[in-house]
Design a protein around this ligand. Structure first.
Ligand code: GYE
Length: 308
């Protein structure tokens, strides 16, 4: 789609592009890498970045976006903490003729003209990859029941909703593989640990698998399992998503079985797309990040190549 009326090329050449970016927070290793990537890319690209951290609260993001509108930035980009509740503020941006680019997480709005494009991962596919890895692993012990406890991401966020769905799709139809408990750990280590402690208290040795929607919660769960006197990675299979360095270290230590990659390095692509949009070039409505799956067996070999 082409966006008309967002400034001419000559005007752009005259002064640096101003981008307002509303970040989710600093809840995980993934997020830290994402923030760095965005700040670095803006600097390298000569884009004047106004960065706001929402501390995982939607109301803070709405405030930040309103302030970007008031400051008449050239372009607004944001990673929405949850999917719903964006219509009003995005209509305000549209009325002010400021293009909006979504990065990392999607929104659920009826009028998709409220944003130009969404750059990020396919979270449903990540969930499926996690589920398919477990199915493969389960083939080694076909008669064994696998009781899974799930640590969900932030309630109402695109990655929590999609990673849950994708995983459930992948394991569906297997009577012996089932989710026995599922609760949010809000994508943080501290909450991941806390929820896992509660799971262990109520379910104990019944738990065979942890499926965590991100590496940080898995690392928190690993601590809880160790403190309960069990061996994570052996007594309990641990599956997570992101592929941050901490996950590779846990795999090398034999405590995490697999991580499904989700790249936070979206900065360079975001700056390029922002420039294209402001230059009136057509951009795709959806830009998907390419990613892989890393089981513990390849962790030591892959570790030196990891960039986040
Ligand atoms: O997986 C998690 C972070 O939105 C993809 O947010 C992102 C998720 C990521 O806190 O670690």
């Amino acid at each position: 789609i082409t966006i008309a009326g967002f400034g001419s090329a000559s005007a752009l050449a005259a002064k640096p592009v101003v981008m307002g970016f509303s970040q989710v927070g600093a809840e995980s290793e993934w997020r830290t890498a994402n923030t760095l990537s965005i700040k670095d890319a803006a600097k390298k690209d000569g884009i004047n970045l106004k960065f706001a951290d929402a501390q995982q609260k939607q109301e803070n993001q709405v405030k930040a976006i309103r302030s970007f509108i008031a400051q008449k930035v050239d372009v607004i980009a944001f990673s929405p903490v949850v999917e719903t509740g964006w219509d009003t503020v995005l209509r305000e941006a549209k009325a002010a003729k400021i293009p909006v680019i979504l990065t990392d997480r999607a929104v659920n709005v009826t009028d998709t003209s409220l944003y130009v494009t969404f750059i990020g991962s396919d979270f449903v596919e990540e969930g499926r990859r996690a589920g398919r890895w477990l199915l493969e692993r389960a083939k080694k012990t076909p008669d064994r029941t696998l009781n899974i406890v799930e640590l969900q991401g932030t309630v109402g966020s695109a990655p929590a909703i999609d990673r849950k769905n994708g995983f459930e799709q992948a394991i569906a139809g297997n009577a012996k593989i089932k989710i026995i408990r599922s609760q949010t750990g809000d994508f943080t280590r501290a909450k991941g640990k806390e929820v896992m402690e509660a799971f262990l208290k109520s379910q104990g040795k019944n738990i065979n698998v942890v499926y965590a929607h991100n590496d940080d919660m898995a690392i928190g769960a690993i601590q809880a399992i160790e403190e309960a006197g069990m061996k994570p990675g052996t007594d309990i299979i641990i599956i997570s998503i992101d592929g941050v360095k901490g996950a590779f270290e846990a795999m090398i230590a034999g405590k995490l079985n697999v991580t499904v990659e989700c790249s936070p390095l979206l900065g360079p692509q975001l700056m390029q797309v922002a420039r294209d949009v402001l230059a009136g070039k057509p951009v795709p409505k959806r830009i998907t990040t390419e990613e892989g799956v890393f089981p513990a067996e390849v962790a030591a070999k892959e570790f030196p190549n990891r960039k986040y």
